[in-house]
Write a protein that binds this ligand. Structure first.
Ligand code: PLP
Length: 394
Protein backbone atom coordinates (compact mmCIF):
# COMPACT_ATOMS: atom_id res chain seq x y z
CA UNK A 1 0.00 0.00 0.00
CA UNK A 2 1.37 3.42 -0.87
CA UNK A 3 1.29 6.23 1.64
CA UNK A 4 -0.64 9.39 0.87
CA UNK A 5 0.88 11.90 3.19
CA UNK A 6 -1.41 14.84 3.96
CA UNK A 7 0.07 15.74 7.35
CA UNK A 8 2.76 18.21 6.35
CA UNK A 9 1.97 20.62 9.19
CA UNK A 10 3.05 17.83 11.57
CA UNK A 11 6.29 17.17 9.74
CA UNK A 12 7.59 16.94 6.17
CA UNK A 13 9.69 14.58 4.11
CA UNK A 14 13.33 15.63 3.87
CA UNK A 15 13.78 16.82 0.27
CA UNK A 16 16.25 14.69 -1.75
CA UNK A 17 18.48 17.74 -2.42
CA UNK A 18 18.53 18.47 1.32
CA UNK A 19 19.60 14.93 2.20
CA UNK A 20 22.27 15.02 -0.47
CA UNK A 21 23.65 18.29 0.93
CA UNK A 22 23.78 16.82 4.44
CA UNK A 23 25.36 13.43 3.88
CA UNK A 24 29.04 14.44 3.56
CA UNK A 25 28.86 16.11 6.97
CA UNK A 26 28.10 12.84 8.77
CA UNK A 27 31.06 10.92 7.50
CA UNK A 28 33.75 12.61 5.40
CA UNK A 29 33.50 16.17 6.72
CA UNK A 30 32.89 15.50 10.40
CA UNK A 31 35.17 18.20 11.83
CA UNK A 32 34.02 20.49 14.63
CA UNK A 33 33.06 23.82 13.04
CA UNK A 34 34.79 25.66 15.90
CA UNK A 35 38.19 23.97 15.36
CA UNK A 36 41.12 26.12 14.26
CA UNK A 37 42.38 23.73 11.56
CA UNK A 38 40.93 23.82 8.07
CA UNK A 39 39.24 20.39 8.40
CA UNK A 40 36.89 22.03 10.93
CA UNK A 41 36.98 25.50 9.42
CA UNK A 42 35.47 24.31 6.14
CA UNK A 43 32.47 23.03 8.10
CA UNK A 44 32.21 26.38 9.89
CA UNK A 45 32.12 28.12 6.51
CA UNK A 46 29.35 25.81 5.35
CA UNK A 47 27.31 26.70 8.47
CA UNK A 48 27.81 30.33 7.58
CA UNK A 49 26.50 29.62 4.08
CA UNK A 50 23.41 27.97 5.63
CA UNK A 51 22.93 31.07 7.81
CA UNK A 52 22.92 33.20 4.67
CA UNK A 53 20.39 30.89 2.99
CA UNK A 54 18.03 31.09 5.98
CA UNK A 55 18.46 34.86 6.15
CA UNK A 56 17.61 35.19 2.46
CA UNK A 57 14.33 33.25 2.87
CA UNK A 58 13.09 35.71 5.51
CA UNK A 59 14.76 38.90 4.29
CA UNK A 60 17.09 39.11 7.29
CA UNK A 61 20.83 39.62 7.83
CA UNK A 62 22.91 36.48 8.44
CA UNK A 63 24.06 37.75 11.84
CA UNK A 64 20.40 37.93 12.94
CA UNK A 65 20.03 34.14 12.57
CA UNK A 66 20.61 31.85 15.58
CA UNK A 67 20.44 28.09 15.00
CA UNK A 68 18.54 26.15 17.67
CA UNK A 69 17.35 22.56 18.10
CA UNK A 70 13.68 23.13 17.13
CA UNK A 71 10.81 25.57 16.89
CA UNK A 72 9.93 24.95 20.54
CA UNK A 73 13.42 25.95 21.67
CA UNK A 74 13.22 29.11 19.55
CA UNK A 75 9.86 30.06 21.10
CA UNK A 76 11.13 29.38 24.62
CA UNK A 77 14.31 31.35 24.00
CA UNK A 78 12.47 34.39 22.63
CA UNK A 79 9.95 34.65 25.46
CA UNK A 80 12.42 33.93 28.25
CA UNK A 81 14.91 36.36 26.75
CA UNK A 82 12.43 39.25 26.81
CA UNK A 83 11.38 38.45 30.38
CA UNK A 84 15.00 38.63 31.41
CA UNK A 85 16.03 41.77 29.46
CA UNK A 86 12.83 43.80 30.07
CA UNK A 87 13.51 44.21 33.75
CA UNK A 88 10.59 45.17 35.97
CA UNK A 89 7.99 44.04 33.42
CA UNK A 90 5.98 40.90 34.16
CA UNK A 91 3.19 40.77 31.58
CA UNK A 92 3.02 38.53 28.49
CA UNK A 93 0.49 38.96 25.69
CA UNK A 94 -0.26 35.96 23.50
CA UNK A 95 -3.31 34.37 21.84
CA UNK A 96 -5.69 31.58 22.79
CA UNK A 97 -4.73 29.49 19.78
CA UNK A 98 -0.93 29.26 20.05
CA UNK A 99 0.98 26.02 19.63
CA UNK A 100 1.82 24.32 22.97
CA UNK A 101 5.43 25.50 22.53
CA UNK A 102 4.14 28.97 23.46
CA UNK A 103 0.88 28.17 25.22
CA UNK A 104 2.21 25.67 27.75
CA UNK A 105 5.28 27.83 28.41
CA UNK A 106 2.99 30.79 29.16
CA UNK A 107 0.91 28.65 31.55
CA UNK A 108 4.15 27.62 33.26
CA UNK A 109 5.23 31.26 33.51
CA UNK A 110 1.87 32.32 34.90
CA UNK A 111 2.31 29.69 37.62
CA UNK A 112 5.65 31.38 38.37
CA UNK A 113 3.94 34.75 38.88
CA UNK A 114 3.91 36.36 35.41
CA UNK A 115 0.64 37.83 34.19
CA UNK A 116 -0.47 36.31 30.88
CA UNK A 117 -3.19 37.72 28.63
CA UNK A 118 -4.51 35.39 25.94
CA UNK A 119 -6.22 37.33 23.16
CA UNK A 120 -9.40 35.61 21.88
CA UNK A 121 -10.22 34.79 18.27
CA UNK A 122 -13.57 34.90 16.46
CA UNK A 123 -15.47 32.03 14.81
CA UNK A 124 -13.17 32.20 11.82
CA UNK A 125 -10.03 32.10 13.92
CA UNK A 126 -9.16 35.78 13.41
CA UNK A 127 -7.46 37.65 16.22
CA UNK A 128 -9.52 40.22 18.12
CA UNK A 129 -7.40 43.29 17.36
CA UNK A 130 -9.38 45.59 19.68
CA UNK A 131 -8.73 43.29 22.62
CA UNK A 132 -5.10 43.06 21.53
CA UNK A 133 -4.65 46.82 21.52
CA UNK A 134 -6.30 47.16 24.94
CA UNK A 135 -4.07 44.44 26.38
CA UNK A 136 -0.78 46.27 25.79
CA UNK A 137 0.35 48.00 28.99
CA UNK A 138 3.46 49.63 30.45
CA UNK A 139 4.08 46.33 32.23
CA UNK A 140 4.05 44.21 29.01
CA UNK A 141 7.46 42.62 28.47
CA UNK A 142 6.67 40.69 25.29
CA UNK A 143 3.97 39.90 22.78
CA UNK A 144 4.13 36.43 21.23
CA UNK A 145 1.64 35.81 18.41
CA UNK A 146 1.84 33.08 15.82
CA UNK A 147 2.10 34.09 12.16
CA UNK A 148 -0.08 31.21 10.94
CA UNK A 149 -2.06 28.66 12.89
CA UNK A 150 -0.86 25.06 12.68
CA UNK A 151 -4.37 23.58 12.88
CA UNK A 152 -6.43 25.88 10.65
CA UNK A 153 -3.74 27.72 8.66
CA UNK A 154 -5.38 31.06 9.55
CA UNK A 155 -2.91 33.93 9.19
CA UNK A 156 -2.68 36.62 11.88
CA UNK A 157 -1.94 40.28 11.01
CA UNK A 158 1.43 40.07 12.76
CA UNK A 159 2.97 43.09 11.01
CA UNK A 160 0.15 45.35 12.22
CA UNK A 161 0.34 43.81 15.71
CA UNK A 162 4.13 44.24 15.79
CA UNK A 163 3.84 47.92 14.86
CA UNK A 164 1.41 48.47 17.76
CA UNK A 165 3.88 46.80 20.11
CA UNK A 166 6.80 48.82 18.71
CA UNK A 167 4.85 52.09 19.23
CA UNK A 168 4.66 51.18 22.92
CA UNK A 169 8.26 49.96 23.26
CA UNK A 170 7.22 46.31 23.67
CA UNK A 171 9.27 43.40 22.27
CA UNK A 172 7.34 41.45 19.61
CA UNK A 173 7.95 37.77 18.84
CA UNK A 174 6.20 35.66 16.24
CA UNK A 175 6.07 31.89 15.91
CA UNK A 176 6.41 31.56 12.14
CA UNK A 177 6.98 27.79 12.23
CA UNK A 178 4.04 27.13 9.86
CA UNK A 179 4.35 30.31 7.82
CA UNK A 180 8.04 30.10 6.87
CA UNK A 181 8.48 28.82 3.35
CA UNK A 182 4.75 28.95 2.56
CA UNK A 183 4.11 32.69 2.49
CA UNK A 184 6.55 35.61 1.99
CA UNK A 185 8.36 36.92 5.05
CA UNK A 186 10.51 40.03 4.82
CA UNK A 187 12.16 41.06 8.06
CA UNK A 188 13.85 44.07 6.41
CA UNK A 189 10.51 45.83 6.11
CA UNK A 190 9.08 44.66 9.40
CA UNK A 191 8.98 45.74 13.04
CA UNK A 192 8.97 42.17 14.38
CA UNK A 193 11.85 41.75 16.84
CA UNK A 194 12.09 37.95 17.04
CA UNK A 195 10.81 35.11 14.86
CA UNK A 196 10.90 31.31 15.25
CA UNK A 197 11.02 28.72 12.51
CA UNK A 198 11.52 24.98 12.45
CA UNK A 199 13.40 22.89 9.88
CA UNK A 200 11.15 19.85 9.79
CA UNK A 201 8.16 21.85 8.59
CA UNK A 202 9.93 22.84 5.38
CA UNK A 203 11.60 19.65 4.18
CA UNK A 204 14.69 19.87 6.41
CA UNK A 205 15.34 17.27 9.13
CA UNK A 206 13.71 17.17 12.54
CA UNK A 207 15.64 18.63 15.45
CA UNK A 208 16.72 21.89 13.88
CA UNK A 209 15.30 25.37 14.23
CA UNK A 210 16.05 29.06 13.97
CA UNK A 211 15.50 32.09 16.11
CA UNK A 212 15.75 35.36 14.22
CA UNK A 213 16.73 38.23 16.53
CA UNK A 214 16.63 41.70 15.00
CA UNK A 215 19.95 43.52 15.23
CA UNK A 216 19.89 45.79 18.28
CA UNK A 217 17.25 43.74 20.18
CA UNK A 218 18.35 43.06 23.74
CA UNK A 219 18.93 39.31 24.04
CA UNK A 220 19.57 36.84 26.82
CA UNK A 221 20.55 33.28 25.82
CA UNK A 222 18.54 30.26 26.93
CA UNK A 223 21.27 27.63 26.49
CA UNK A 224 24.38 28.94 28.17
CA UNK A 225 27.69 27.25 27.46
CA UNK A 226 30.22 27.54 24.66
CA UNK A 227 30.82 30.50 22.38
CA UNK A 228 28.80 28.99 19.49
CA UNK A 229 26.34 31.27 17.70
CA UNK A 230 28.35 34.24 19.05
CA UNK A 231 27.54 33.18 22.61
CA UNK A 232 23.80 33.33 21.94
CA UNK A 233 23.25 29.53 21.99
CA UNK A 234 25.81 27.22 23.52
CA UNK A 235 26.39 23.70 22.24
CA UNK A 236 28.23 22.15 19.31
CA UNK A 237 26.21 22.81 16.19
CA UNK A 238 24.00 20.10 14.64
CA UNK A 239 26.15 20.57 11.56
CA UNK A 240 24.58 18.30 8.95
CA UNK A 241 21.04 19.36 9.87
CA UNK A 242 21.93 23.05 9.79
CA UNK A 243 23.41 22.58 6.33
CA UNK A 244 20.23 20.74 5.33
CA UNK A 245 18.11 23.55 6.74
CA UNK A 246 20.05 26.09 4.66
CA UNK A 247 19.40 24.05 1.54
CA UNK A 248 15.72 23.61 2.47
CA UNK A 249 15.32 27.40 2.85
CA UNK A 250 16.91 27.86 -0.53
CA UNK A 251 14.44 25.38 -2.05
CA UNK A 252 11.48 26.87 -0.15
CA UNK A 253 12.17 30.30 -1.66
CA UNK A 254 12.17 28.74 -5.13
CA UNK A 255 9.08 26.57 -4.45
CA UNK A 256 6.95 29.25 -2.85
CA UNK A 257 5.18 30.07 -6.08
CA UNK A 258 4.26 26.40 -6.61
CA UNK A 259 3.11 26.23 -3.00
CA UNK A 260 0.73 29.13 -3.67
CA UNK A 261 -0.55 27.87 -7.03
CA UNK A 262 -0.44 24.08 -7.57
CA UNK A 263 -0.49 23.06 -3.89
CA UNK A 264 -3.24 25.59 -3.16
CA UNK A 265 -5.28 24.25 -6.10
CA UNK A 266 -4.98 20.72 -4.73
CA UNK A 267 -6.04 21.93 -1.29
CA UNK A 268 -9.00 23.84 -2.75
CA UNK A 269 -10.10 20.85 -4.83
CA UNK A 270 -9.97 18.50 -1.84
CA UNK A 271 -11.86 20.96 0.31
CA UNK A 272 -14.58 21.77 -2.22
CA UNK A 273 -15.24 18.14 -3.12
CA UNK A 274 -15.42 17.04 0.51
CA UNK A 275 -17.75 19.89 1.52
CA UNK A 276 -19.94 19.32 -1.54
CA UNK A 277 -20.19 15.57 -1.15
CA UNK A 278 -20.54 15.21 2.62
CA UNK A 279 -23.51 16.71 4.47
CA UNK A 280 -22.95 18.25 7.91
CA UNK A 281 -19.33 19.01 7.19
CA UNK A 282 -17.80 22.47 7.54
CA UNK A 283 -14.55 24.30 7.03
CA UNK A 284 -12.82 25.62 10.14
CA UNK A 285 -11.01 28.92 9.72
CA UNK A 286 -11.24 32.02 7.56
CA UNK A 287 -11.47 30.71 3.97
CA UNK A 288 -9.30 33.32 2.25
CA UNK A 289 -6.64 34.44 4.69
CA UNK A 290 -5.11 31.00 5.16
CA UNK A 291 -1.92 29.10 4.42
CA UNK A 292 -2.16 27.65 0.90
CA UNK A 293 -1.62 24.05 2.06
CA UNK A 294 -3.95 23.67 5.05
CA UNK A 295 -7.58 22.62 5.32
CA UNK A 296 -9.34 21.85 8.58
CA UNK A 297 -12.72 20.23 8.12
CA UNK A 298 -15.24 19.07 10.73
CA UNK A 299 -17.59 16.17 10.20
CA UNK A 300 -20.51 16.24 12.57
CA UNK A 301 -21.41 13.11 14.58
CA UNK A 302 -18.10 11.28 14.08
CA UNK A 303 -14.88 11.05 16.07
CA UNK A 304 -11.74 12.44 14.42
CA UNK A 305 -9.70 9.49 15.75
CA UNK A 306 -12.08 6.99 14.14
CA UNK A 307 -11.78 8.82 10.80
CA UNK A 308 -7.99 8.70 11.08
CA UNK A 309 -8.06 4.94 11.71
CA UNK A 310 -10.22 4.24 8.65
CA UNK A 311 -8.13 6.57 6.48
CA UNK A 312 -5.05 4.72 7.69
CA UNK A 313 -6.47 1.52 6.18
CA UNK A 314 -6.09 3.24 2.79
CA UNK A 315 -2.63 4.63 3.62
CA UNK A 316 -3.95 8.19 4.02
CA UNK A 317 -2.18 10.20 6.73
CA UNK A 318 -3.74 13.33 8.20
CA UNK A 319 -4.27 14.68 11.68
CA UNK A 320 -7.10 15.37 14.10
CA UNK A 321 -6.12 18.54 15.93
CA UNK A 322 -2.38 19.23 15.96
CA UNK A 323 0.19 16.42 16.03
CA UNK A 324 0.89 17.26 19.63
CA UNK A 325 -2.75 16.88 20.74
CA UNK A 326 -3.66 13.75 18.80
CA UNK A 327 -3.91 10.72 21.02
CA UNK A 328 -5.85 12.77 23.54
CA UNK A 329 -9.64 12.81 23.32
CA UNK A 330 -9.89 16.48 24.29
CA UNK A 331 -11.20 18.57 21.40
CA UNK A 332 -8.51 20.91 20.11
CA UNK A 333 -8.01 24.15 22.09
CA UNK A 334 -7.89 26.03 18.78
CA UNK A 335 -11.34 24.87 17.65
CA UNK A 336 -12.75 25.43 21.12
CA UNK A 337 -11.37 28.99 21.13
CA UNK A 338 -13.16 29.52 17.78
CA UNK A 339 -16.43 28.37 19.33
CA UNK A 340 -16.76 25.34 17.04
CA UNK A 341 -19.67 23.29 18.47
CA UNK A 342 -18.61 20.24 20.47
CA UNK A 343 -20.15 17.74 18.00
CA UNK A 344 -18.17 19.38 15.19
CA UNK A 345 -14.89 19.93 17.06
CA UNK A 346 -14.62 16.23 17.92
CA UNK A 347 -14.84 15.21 14.29
CA UNK A 348 -12.26 17.57 12.84
CA UNK A 349 -9.52 16.53 10.45
CA UNK A 350 -6.57 18.63 9.34
CA UNK A 351 -5.30 17.94 5.83
CA UNK A 352 -1.97 19.62 5.10
CA UNK A 353 -0.29 19.29 1.73
CA UNK A 354 3.18 19.85 0.31
CA UNK A 355 4.84 20.17 -3.08
CA UNK A 356 5.30 16.38 -3.05
CA UNK A 357 1.54 15.70 -3.30
CA UNK A 358 -0.07 14.87 -6.65
CA UNK A 359 -3.53 15.30 -8.13
CA UNK A 360 -3.95 11.51 -8.28
CA UNK A 361 -3.45 11.34 -4.52
CA UNK A 362 -6.04 14.04 -3.92
CA UNK A 363 -8.54 12.28 -6.23
CA UNK A 364 -8.00 9.05 -4.30
CA UNK A 365 -8.70 10.81 -0.99
CA UNK A 366 -11.81 12.53 -2.42
CA UNK A 367 -13.03 9.11 -3.50
CA UNK A 368 -12.50 7.46 -0.10
CA UNK A 369 -13.54 10.07 2.50
CA UNK A 370 -17.32 10.15 1.84
CA UNK A 371 -17.70 6.39 2.37
CA UNK A 372 -15.53 6.53 5.51
CA UNK A 373 -17.74 9.24 7.01
CA UNK A 374 -20.93 7.45 5.99
CA UNK A 375 -19.73 4.19 7.53
CA UNK A 376 -18.92 5.89 10.84
CA UNK A 377 -22.14 7.90 10.92
CA UNK A 378 -24.16 4.76 10.44
CA UNK A 379 -22.63 3.51 13.70
CA UNK A 380 -23.50 6.72 15.56
CA UNK A 381 -26.70 6.85 17.66
CA UNK A 382 -26.82 10.64 17.09
CA UNK A 383 -26.77 10.59 13.28
CA UNK A 384 -30.18 11.07 11.67
CA UNK A 385 -29.72 11.18 7.88
CA UNK A 386 -33.14 12.82 7.37
CA UNK A 387 -31.91 15.87 9.37
CA UNK A 388 -28.97 16.57 7.08
CA UNK A 389 -28.11 20.20 6.53
CA UNK A 390 -26.17 21.62 3.60
CA UNK A 391 -22.41 21.66 3.79
CA UNK A 392 -21.20 25.06 4.88
CA UNK A 393 -17.93 26.85 4.83
CA UNK A 394 -19.10 29.19 7.62
N1 PLP B 1 4.98 26.26 16.58
C1 PLP B 1 4.10 25.80 15.69
C2 PLP B 1 3.08 26.72 15.10
C3 PLP B 1 4.14 24.46 15.30
O1 PLP B 1 3.25 23.98 14.41
C4 PLP B 1 5.12 23.61 15.87
C5 PLP B 1 5.15 22.18 15.54
O2 PLP B 1 4.13 21.57 15.22
C6 PLP B 1 6.03 24.17 16.78
C7 PLP B 1 5.93 25.49 17.11
C8 PLP B 1 7.10 23.34 17.41
O3 PLP B 1 8.14 23.10 16.50
P1 PLP B 1 9.17 21.90 16.79
O4 PLP B 1 8.45 20.64 16.51
O5 PLP B 1 10.29 22.14 15.83
O6 PLP B 1 9.59 22.05 18.20
Amino acid sequence: MTTIYLDNNATTQVAPEVLEAMLPYYHDLYGNPSSAYSFGGQVGRKIQEAREQVATLIGAMPEEIIFTSCGSESDNTAIRSALSTETGKAHIVTSRVEHPAVKVLCTHLSNKGYRVTEIPVNREGQLDMDRYKESLTRDTAIVSLMWANNETGVIFPVEEAAQMARDRGIVFHTDAVQAAGKIPIDMKNSTIDMLSLSGHKLHAPKGTGVLYVRKGTRFSPFLIGGHQEKGRRGGTENTASIIGLGKACDLAARNMEEENTRVKQLRDKLEKEILDRIPNSRLNGEPLNRLPNTSNISFEFVEGEAILLLMDEFGICASSGSACTSGSLQPSHVLRAMGVPFTMAHGSIRFSMSIFNTEEEIDFVIDKIPSIIEKLRNLSPYWKPDEQVCATGA
